[in-house]
Design a protein around this ligand. Structure first.
Ligand code: 7PM
Length: 290
């Protein structure tokens, strides 16, 4: 475990630095045909809509996104499986478009070793793995990439994870999982300054589990690694307020602010401009706190 808290750390992302002294926004770019909640399709049968992708990325960077997260596999419950080749084509296609155009940290939302290898070679800055490097070869690929990695907790597999989530104590289970995956990272040479943790809201969790994790986020941040959260438009909004996908922004901003106040430093969202402004209020206060 890190000796002192590194939650305010500056991450070295393949030469680009990511200052987590303030809460930062990670913008979601889903390169999937069934983009569940980002309001527009960046991918169709013919392939990536390059113009739409660049427009969306440009809007996110202008609005203050510190990180862009490119994903080519839908982890939505019940989503169709994607072949590794398909995922590679989507992610590399997007990365090749965006890398020369934007001076921003680019994260790859992937569990596939081949995407990690090729993505790192093509200029990606971070790996965001909802499977926490558990796929065969993923630990080695992430280690070789030299990039920071986000280890997310998930109970079960995407297709079935929401059918019957169960824990004795969800916060303890997530903590224990984190400590095991951190050990696995250390064993392959991924050291502390490269590790980010994410409780995985909605990934094999009931509404109660999600809100318990949110309330006790400081216990996870206390492990000493930067915490990333994805809450944007998730069903934990709909469970409290009966809101359609298009109506979840105000509640998502509420969740982003709560998470930041409880120690999250990277907030993964669809609505970058609005989240940036909301988090600026948290930052303004925190910077004046003694
Ligand atoms: C359907 C349900 C489609 C959920 C997409 C999703 C996270 C993530 C996702 C997260 C990290 C979404 C999710 N969620 N990566 N990827 N943390 N690190 O809302 O919470 O985009 S996919």
């Amino acid at each position: 475990m890190p000796e002192e808290s590194i939650t305010g750390a500056v991450l070295d992302c393949a030469g680009r630095s990511l200052d987590l002294g303030s809460p930062r926004v990670m913008g979601v770019l889903n390169i999937t045909p069934d983009s569940f909640s980002d309001g527009g399709q960046l991918f169709r049968h013919e392939g990536i809509d390059q113009e739409a992708l660049c427009r969306r990325a440009d809007a996110m960077v202008s609005a203050g996104a510190a990180v862009l997260d490119i994903g080519g596999e839908s982890t939505r419950p019940g989503a169709a499986a994607v072949s590794e080749q398909q995922e590679l084509d989507r992610v590399l296609g997007a990365l090749t478009m965006l890398r020369p155009r934007f001076d921003v940290v680019i994260s790859l939302d992937t569990s596939s070793p081949s995407v990690m290898d090729a993505g790192a070679a093509a200029g990606a800055n971070m790996i965001n793995d909802v499977r926490a490097l558990t796929r065969p070869g993923a630990l080695a690929a992430a280690a070789a990439s030299g990039l920071p990695v986000c280890l997310m907790h998930m109970q079960g597999q995407p297709h079935s994870m929401q059918s019957h989530p169960e824990y004795d104590d969800v916060v303890n289970a997530v903590r224990t999982f984190f400590m095991q995956r951190v050990d696995a990272c250390h064993a392959v040479g991924i050291d502390d300054p490269r590790i980010i943790l994410d409780p995985g809201f909605g990934f094999g969790k009931t509404v109660d589990h999600n809100y318990q994790l949110l309330a006790e986020l400081p216990r996870l941040a206390a492990l000493g690694y930067p915490v990333l959260v994805g809450l944007s438009r998730k069903s934990m909004v709909a469970a409290i307020l009966d809101r359609s996908m298009e109506q979840r922004l105000p509640a998502s901003l509420g969740l982003a602010v709560i998470a930041a106040l409880k120690g999250a430093r990277l907030i993964r969202v669809h609505d970058v401009a609005e989240t940036f402004d909301a988090l600026a209020m948290v930052d303004a206060m925190e910077q004046r706190q003694s």
